[in-house]
Design a protein around this ligand. Structure first.
Ligand SMILES: NC(=O)c1ccc[n+]([C@@H]2O[C@H](COP(=O)([O-])OP(=O)(O)OC[C@H]3O[C@@H](n4cnc5c(N)ncnc54)[C@H](OP(=O)(O)O)[C@@H]3O)[C@@H](O)[C@H]2O)c1
Length: 244
């Protein structure tokens, strides 16, 4: 796939994880300049060592109100104009349990990161996109944002919110040069299940119990596909499922 890069700069949240890291790799491969943001700086630094000077790291907790509010002015030198925002940070920590079996705090933390974090980061960067008259916001939703499942109340709620936010944001910026894309993957084999279940062996068994999983690279390809479209084409949603 060829992407016309034109020196564009992307910011990827959750870049220390499986899907975020794969997105960074594909974008740098296509000559984009990338700001890779997450809390886990050691994993970001490994990514920077692998991908070279077109990737800069940024310590960012999307739940940190003060840090997200000044995000536009905290970007690495020379990487201050974000053309593409990829809202990928997310988790389901403590999930896969019936609602009453988890704590309210746990459930609210999922909403805070997956929904409020996405809103905070988007709000911090959309002003620059509006000023420049172009931009692309790509939100990592999930098939869970279309189809609920038992033992997933907070995560499902968070991804329904990503879906609603993406749909409404697209209407806000119609005709303003800002495209909004929602990527909705099915199961992807990453560190997500370990984070969710708190145990590497259970996570491995969880993924192994399915006939097929997507690879993070498969999801990154869909992000590149959305970005690669000419300016008059907006990929609004992409549902990406594994098949055996
Ligand atoms: N794996 C799947 O089956 C699947 C399916 C559909 C959708 N998704 C979505 O895809 C996205 C990426 O998930 P993944 O599978 O790549 O999981 P992952 O490997 O666990 O990565 C999650 C990323 O989110 C970051 N993150 C979590 N809390 C954060 C916070 N407060 N501030 C900043 N970053 C934070 C983590 O970084 P730090 O901990 O270093 O901050 C990590 O980089 C998520 O939105 C997830 O809901 C995943």
């Amino acid at each position: 796939m060829t992407i016309e890069n034109g020196g564009k700069t992307a910011l990827v949240t959750g870049a220390s994880g499986g899907i975020g890291g794969a997105i960074c790799r594909q974008l740098v491969r296509h000559d984009y300049r990338v700001v890779a943001a997450a809390r886990g700086l050691d994993r970001l630094e490994a990514l920077a060592a692998e991908l070279g000077p077109n990737l800069r790291t940024l310590a960012l907790d999307v739940n940190d109100r003060a840090a997200t509010a000044k995000l536009a002015s905290s970007l690495p030198a020379g990487f201050g104009r974000i053309d593409i925002l990829i809202n990928n940070a997310g988790h389901d920590s403590g999930g896969r349990r019936r609602f009453d079996e988890g704590s309210a705090e746990q459930w609210c933390d999922i909403i805070e990161t997956n929904v409020q974090g996405m809103i905070r980061v988007t709000h911090a960067l959309v002003g620059g996109m509006l000023q420049r008259g172009h931009g692309h916001i790509i939100n990592l939703g999930s098939i869970a944002g279309l189809k609920p499942y038992a033992s997933g109340s907070a995560y499902v709620a968070s991804k329904y919110a990503v879906h609603g936010f993406s749909e409404a944001l697209r209407l806000d910026y119609a005709g303003k040069g800002i495209r909004v894309t929602e990527i909705m993957p099915g199961l992807v084999r990453t560190g997500f299940a370990e984070q969710r279940l708190g145990d590497a062996a259970r996570a491995q068994a969880f993924y192994d119990s399915f006939d097929a999983c997507l690879r993070p690279e498969d999801v990154a390809e869909t992000v590149c596909f959305a970005i690669a479209q000419p300016r008059h084409v907006e990929i609004s949603q992409l549902v990406v499922l594994p098949v055996a």
